[in-house]
Design a protein around this ligand. Structure first.
Ligand SMILES: [Zn+2]
Length: 879
């Protein structure tokens, strides 16, 4: 907890460490009521920091120091200073050995940072600054050390003892205890340290690398989950192969381990050789996990594995560089998921998520550049901007260099910086050097916050057969950045003729056309491109594949958008044209216009199109989300947004009833005829089936109700069952709703992850009485406030995915959320801080809601001792 004024830390103040740690030897004695940590650190003066021996200042929090010795000389109390957060002592030579012993209490650690207990096991989460809660250390990523770790614990309770690297020795100890020693030969920063002890089961497999080395693969879980690991293991092997093929990166240790943990603040953590996962990101079986959950497991297993190179072998110099590893690795995992599934659908999902959530972050009080330049609490900067926008920035570099140029750049980056802690600038420099490119202007994407706007206008000259596109870029002010310099914006585009075919593209000054789909680099505030030899007035298809994270505007008519929906050769832009059309229509309805039936007719031809991938049909039938409509609004009216969207969906269901029934029945028939498979074509079929069911249930007719009940009863997989449950929960069939909720609970109450979905479905239902339902569910024994997954599933779903209930006019939703944040601030500051997001968006709403939301933020600020996590977000939101 914060005891004094929280300090802001600035990138410009970065200095290399005064001392380095060559070698780290740790010994853990784990007990039920305490843990002793003995550390032996071989340190030396950092030769780049000049002469003299300044004091050594080690990080350490919530540690009880038992002993300290310098070169085997025990120090007396006056030889060192212990303060909140640090241990300071005076070295006597350039190289020395420091030994410390501390006592810690993982058994009462509810922040889930450092060493803690989850269920019956001990585990760790050290990124970003959790290692300082384990022992005194130079807990910063530019201090890389070789670790040897011995773990000692009761043999009966903790038969499995794990740490990073390779196992080198083990044996028995007195009193029914045992120990194991692990050695990690690769130097790493402390944030990649991991330890696990527990009564765990594992599945084992092996992988032969491209160079012929055999690697043991093992995934550990608590005994009841042993049957839910095949998908994660398959995903791991695919990831290892993919990284060899696409990036030329092989795994380096003899063993790779994953451990699933129920209590975990994040998704997963890439600790060297010993990944620790939130169980929701690793467990999957057809009966208990949806298609989306299977795809999430595949993506997160890949993401953490890919970090072995982009993050571990080459790491970050300081935490301002977090996107160096995260933006790059999210880009890598997106490429993997795209190759394993449908690239267009993957891109649609990523862009919809980015535009809804990251754009909102960029427009709010916590807006920051991809490489932030200051922070109070680094845990608050594991953000959509650093991860998702960071990945978009890397994707633009890939677009500008092309796949081969990009690969040359990453090869040089890995070769040049292997074993080092580096910066985003080093990454860019490697790409530049490998390609003779100059990205000095492009680097503004790392330093300027906010979402750029790109307004496009056209001019066709029939006599001269020229077509001019003029781009005007601007970027709204963000905290600390009133003005911005122009970005480099790659715009992938095509020009469609009257039949919807791509025209050849020849720019003024070029001797011949260069394809019919190309990338223009917009680098100036205003810039015009002139195409020549254009035989007719074309229709531009702009920003294909969403080639840059910008808000593009072009004065398309509704007819033109309908035309693009039908004809664009770029699948992403076909979908996006439909979204733009739907946004126009819904915004009209919010302003009081009737539903424009052109949208309904456009969706009818999509729904009837057998040649389209069913997953694309499902995506195109989905109207823009409420959250996206909020993001686009100057001042959002939650009731009007929800009402317009619901009215449009109902009208679509009525008008498209026959084709929706036909697609539903044929898909459900196929699902019944074949056992569940998590393959791309089966996933696509189920997504269309469930989208159709969602529409048909809006008609509140017995026929749809019976179909939902049949699907709930008879389906052999969670994807179909949960969709049916959700459709019934959001319907007016009160008796059936109560029955299926009770049946689902009885069947799965022992499975925490399925209970998360049971809570979420109810918490996000827009039907009246949402807050009362959530409050009642908090009393259910399956809800545990100390478990982050449960908090996200119930409180998070209510605040983020239940627009009308959370924004109830009396402010009850805000008051409820603030109460939970005040409680969680003491238990788990990281989770409390994350829950604040919807309140930070207060400027989006009308004066009455603004006042209510601000009042709750002020109440949190005044509620007593705030963690630095919560303090930073609340104070910046009120500033
Ligand atoms: Zn990551």
């Amino acid at each position: 907890m914060r005891t004094d004024q929280p300090q802001t830390i600035y990138l410009k103040d970065y200095q290399a460490p005064e001392y380095l740690i060559e070698e780290t030897r740790l010994r853990f004695e784990l007990h039920d009521d305490q843990t002793l940590v003995h550390a032996e650190l071989r340190l030396q003066r950092n030769p780049t920091r000049g002469a003299g021996l300044p004091p050594l200042v080690l990080h350490g929090e919530e540690l009880e120091l038992l002993a300290v010795a310098l070169d085997d000389q025990t120090l007396a109390a006056g030889d060192y200073q212990v303060e909140a957060g640090s241990l300071t002592l005076q070295p006597q030579g350039e190289a020395f050995v420091l030994k410390t012993s501390v006592r810690i209490h993982p058994e009462s650690n509810t922040a889930l940072e450092g060493l803690y207990v989850s269920g019956t096991m001990f585990c760790t989460q050290c990124e970003a600054e959790g290692f300082r809660k384990i022992t005194y250390y130079l807990d910063r990523p530019d201090v890389m050390s070789v670790f040897t770790t011995t773990v000692e614990a009761d043999r009966g309770k903790y038969p499995i003892l794990l740490s990073n690297g390779n196992p080198v020795a083990s044996g028995d100890a007195e009193g029914g205890r045992h120990w194991a020693t692990w050695e990690d030969p690769f130097p790493k920063p402390a944030y990649l340290f991991a330890l696990v002890a527990g009564d765990l089961r594992s599945v084992e497999d092996s992988y032969r690398t491209g160079s012929g080395r055999d690697v043991t693969l093992r995934i550990y879980v608590e005994p009841e989950n042993i049957g839910k690991l095949q998908h994660a293991m398959d995903s791991l092997k695919k990831s290892m192969r993919w990284d060899e093929e696409v990036y030329g990166r092989e795994y380096d240790l003899d063993i790779f381990m994953i451990v699933a943990v129920n209590d975990f603040n994040m998704g997963a953590m890439e600790n060297k050789g010993l990944n620790i996962f939130n169980s929701s990101a690793v467990l999957a079986s057809p009966r208990t996990a949806t298609d989306a959950a299977h795809q999430r497991v595949e993506a997160i297993v890949a993401h953490e594995y890919f970090h072995n190179w982009s993050g571990n072998r080459v790491t970050c110099r300081d935490w301002f560089q977090l996107s160096l590893k995260e933006g790059f690795t999210v880009f890598r995992d997106a490429g993997f998921s795209s190759d394993m599934n449908s690239p267009t659908v993957k891109r649609i999902e990523d862009v919809a998520f980015l535009r809804t959530n990251q754009f909102a972050e960029d427009a709010g009080p916590m807006a920051h550049p991809v490489r932030p330049d200051h922070f109070i609490e680094i845990s608050n900067f594991y953000t959509l901007t650093v991860y998702e926008k960071g990945a978009e920035v890397v994707r633009m570099l890939h677009t500008l260099l092309g796949p081969e140029g990009f690969r040359k750049g990453t090869d040089l980056y890995f070769e040049r910086h292997d074993g080092q802690a580096v910066t985003c600038d080093d990454f860019i420099r490697a790409l530049e050097d490998a390609n003779g490119a100059d990205f000095s202007q492009f680097k503004r994407w790392y330093s300027q916050s906010g979402t750029p706007r790109l307004a496009v206008s056209e001019q066709y000259d029939a006599a001269a057969r020229t077509y001019r596109l003029t781009f005007r870029q601007s970027c709204p002010p963000t905290p600390g950045q009133p003005t911005k310099e122009p970005f480099v914006i790659p715009v992938q585009l095509g020009l469609l003729d009257g039949q919807g075919r791509d025209l050849p593209l020849r720019l003024e000054g070029e001797s011949a056309a260069q394809g019919s789909d190309r990338v223009l680099s917009v680098t100036q505030a205003e810039q015009t491109f002139t195409f020549v030899d254009v035989p007719e007035q074309p229709l531009p298809s702009l920003l294909r594949g969403f080639s840059a994270p910008v808000k593009l505007s072009f004065p398309y008519s509704r007819e033109q958008l309908t035309f693009l929906m039908q004809h664009d050769s770029d699948g992403f832009n076909r979908w996006d044209a439909g979204q733009q059309l739907a946004v126009q229509v819904l915004q009209g309805m919010i302003a009081g216009e009737p539903l424009d039936t052109r949208l309904v007719e456009a969706l009818r031809s999509v729904a009837a199109d057998d040649s389209l991938d069913p997953a694309m049909v499902a995506e195109m039938l989905s109207l823009p989300s409420e959250a996206y409509l909020v993001e686009l609004a100057e001042q959002a009216d939650p009731g009007a947004i929800h009402g317009a969207r619901r009215q449009a969906r109902r009208a679509i269901a009525e008008s498209l009833r026959d084709v929706l029934w036909q697609r539903y029945r044929s898909a459900r028939e196929a699902s019944r005829a074949t056992p569940y498979q998590a393959s791309a074509d089966h996933i696509a079929r189920r997504s269309l089936q469930n989208a159709a069911l969602g529409y048909l249930m809006l008609l509140e007719e017995p026929e749809a109700r019976d179909a939902a009940l049949e699907q709930f009863e008879d389906a052999d997989n969670m994807t179909e069952r949960l969709a049916a449950l959700s459709a019934l929960v959001n319907s007016g069939f009160e008796q059936e709703k109560a029955e299926v909720l009770a049946r689902f609970f009885e069947e799965f109450k022992a499975d925490p992850l399925v209970m998360d979905t049971w809570l979420s479905v109810q918490a996000s239902s827009p039907l009246p009485g949402g807050l009362a339902r959530v409050q009642a569910l908090m009393q259910n024994p399956v809800f545990i406030l100390k478990n982050p997954n449960k908090v996200r599933a119930l409180i998070g779903a209510f605040a983020n995915a239940n627009l009308v209930n959370f924004h109830a006019e009396d402010g009850s939703g805000y008051r409820f959320l603030a109460d939970q944040i005040i409680t969680l601030n003491r238990l788990n500051p990281q989770i409390a801080s994350r829950l604040l997001t919807p309140l930070t968006r207060w400027k989006k709403y009308g004066p009455a809601r603004q006042a209510l939301m601000r009042a709750e933020l002020e109440r949190i600020l005044a509620s007593g001792e705030l963690s630095s996590d919560v303090y930073e977000v609340v104070s910046k939101s009120l500033a």
